[in-house]
Design a protein around this ligand. Structure first.
Ligand code: C5P
Length: 237
């Protein structure tokens, strides 16, 4: 199903889909990176886990009426998706303070935000993905003012669905990152992946971290915790 390699990122490769114009194959890699690529390691089985987890989450979003680029899971490590032009914005939604916001603003870890906080980061490795505001986003990307509102509204809808999903499997959704892409017709849809690489997920009962922070902080078994997320999602599906 794969033809030419279109793009290789830190966690995925993107290929043109053979004989299917306007569609792409996403191939999940086993690599994990953190701190803007400064820490890097490969974990046997990570690609399969994230492919399966992201598939279940995108299917859940579809059922809730949220349009995404996802078409179908092809095999252990690959998905078929609609080709989009990725808007170089990382859209972060935060329900609880952790990670960079706690550090930057001196907010105590685990502080619950009454209203989710949405942030934009400019997706640019050379610049270290800086935090930007709406005006910057208008300047450095092709996004319009109306689309910024649309993206924020979609991010909140997705947060609502994900909070419900994770709560039902005993997990607190602390924060997560989304990426949006522009389809050939111009519409913007959710793209990329949603997985423990892109979310902070804490066990509700024990507070245990079940996400990429175990790799960032070097205090847990990445495959074990990602597998725990998949098992719980599969039991629910
Ligand atoms: O590091 P920070 O606290 O800003 O991360 C917020 C959320 O966005 C976390 O869930 C993290 O995993 C995710 N993120 C990501 N890719 C990045 C930066 C952050 O998935 N490049």
């Amino acid at each position: 199903m794969k033809a030419d390699l279109v793009y290789e990122g830190k966690a995925k490769k993107v290929y043109q889909a053979e004989g299917r114009p306007g569609e792409l194959v996403l191939s999940y890699k086993n690599d994990a990176t953190a701190f803007n690529g400064k820490k890097k390691e490969s974990f046997e089985g990570k690609g399969e886990l994230n492919n399966s987890i992201s598939t279940l989450i995108f299917q859940k979003l579809h059922k809730s009426g949220i349009e995404t680029h996802f078409i179908e899971k092809l095999n252990d490590t690959e998905q078929l998706v609609v080709q989009t032009e990725i808007i170089p914005l990382e859209v972060v939604v935060r329900n609880i303070a952790s990670g960079s916001i706690a550090k930057r603003l001196g907010i105590e870890e685990k502080t619950i935000f009454e209203k989710p906080i949405i942030e934009f980061y400019y997706k640019d490795d050379a610049l270290g993905d800086p935090l930007i505001n709406d005006e910057h986003a208008l300047y450095v990307t092709t996004i319009t003012e109306a689309e910024i509102s649309e993206v924020k509204q979609k991010a909140l809808q997705i947060n609502h669905q994900l909070l419900e999903l994770f709560q039902s499997i005993g997990i607190t959704l602390v924060d997560f990152k989304l990426e949006f892409g522009r389809k050939a017709c111009g519409d913007i849809v959710l793209a990329d992946e949603i997985s423990p690489d892109t979310c902070r997920l804490w066990d509700r009962a024990t507070g245990e971290k079940l996400d990429k922070d175990v790799f960032r902080q070097g205090n847990g078994d990445l495959i074990e915790v990602y597998n725990e997320i998949l098992q719980r999602l599969e039991a629910k599906a």
